[in-house]
Design a protein around this ligand. Sequence first.
Ligand code: TXA
Ligand code: MG
Length: 315
Amino acid sequence: MTTVLPADARSLAAAVRALRDGRLVAFPTETVYGLGADATNGKAVAAIFAAKRRPDFNPLIVHVRDLAQAGTLVEFSPLARKLAEAFWPGALTLVLPRRADCALSLLVSAGLDTVALRMPSHPLIQSLIAETGPLAAPSANVSGHVSPTTAAHVAEELGERIALILDGGATPLGIESTVIGFDGEHAVLLRPGAVAREDIEAVAGPLRTASDKVNSPGQLASHYAPRTALRLNVRSAGAHEALLAFGPELRHDARVSLNLSPAGDLKEAAANLFAMLRTLDAAGVESIAVMAVPERGLGEAINDRLRRAAAPRTP
Ligand code: TXA
Ligand code: MG
C-alpha cells in the first residue's frame, strides 16, 4: 500500500524527497486531489500517464509557485496577466504558449506548443512547489473516472501506484479548475470549472466558447463517468434508482437519495458532486436519477460534468 501522511509541514520533507526522486505524490488542492510529478522530468511525467491508465497523452496542468515562476515557462499576453493577477492563487488554469527556453518536459504539453498553468492556493502545496519547482498534476483518478475529493478516493483509485498521498481532508471547491485559452486577445472557455464564467467575464469581457475539439484534448465526452447509468433533469425516480437531488426534493420512490444542496446553493452542490456520484455509484442501483441544476454560476461546470457522466461510454 501507499503511504498516507497528513498534509501539514511535517510531511513536506518526505513529499519533496519522493518528487525529486521522480516518484508520484498525490496532494490536495482547493479543487480536487492532484497526482503530482516533477514537471521538468519526462520520465516522472510519463509515470503519471501510466498510473492513470490514460489511453493517450492528454496535456496536463502544471502547478506553479507564483506569476514570476510562470513567466519563466510561458508567454503572458496583457489579458492573460490580468486574469492571473485577478484569480491566482485559485481555481483558474491558463493555457499559454511555451517559451523557447521553457524547462518543462514536452510530455506535459502532449505535443502542443502551449502549456496549462495554475497557481494553487493550498499553503502546503505552495511550499512544496517552492522546494521542487513546477509540478504536473492531473486529477488523481483513473482515466475516465470522476475526480477525487478526498484522500480515501485517491487511495481507492490509485493506491499501490503512487509513493505518497498527502491527506488534507475534503477539498473545499470539489470540482476542477476552469480552463481558459486564448484566441488572439480573446479569452476562450476550454473547460467550465470552479471559477464561474460570470466572474471571469467581469475581468476579461465575454468569453468565447471552444468549438474545436483539438483545443481541449482532455474533453472526451464520457470523461467523468461513474459505472452506473445517469438520467438527467428528472421529475421522478423509481424504486430501482438512486436520486441525486438539488434543492427541495421531489417526491420519489428511489431506494436511496442524496441532496447536492437542499438550499439550492451551487457552491455547496459543486463541493458535493463527485463524492455523491461515487456513493450512489456504489449503491448497486440500475440508474442514478439527477434533478435539474440551473445553468448559472457554478451550475455551468456542474452540468458539464453531469452531461459527460451521462454520455455513452467511449472505450
Ligand atoms: O482543478 C484542476 O484543474 C485539477 C487540479 C489537480 O489542479 N487538475 C485537473 O487536471 O483537472 P486534468 O489533467 O485532469 O485536466 C486538465 C485539463 C484537460 O481538460 C486538458 O485538456 C486541459 O486541462 N489542458 C491541459 N493542457 C492543455 C493545453 N496545452 N491546451 C489545451 N488544454 C489543455
Ligand atoms: Mg481529470
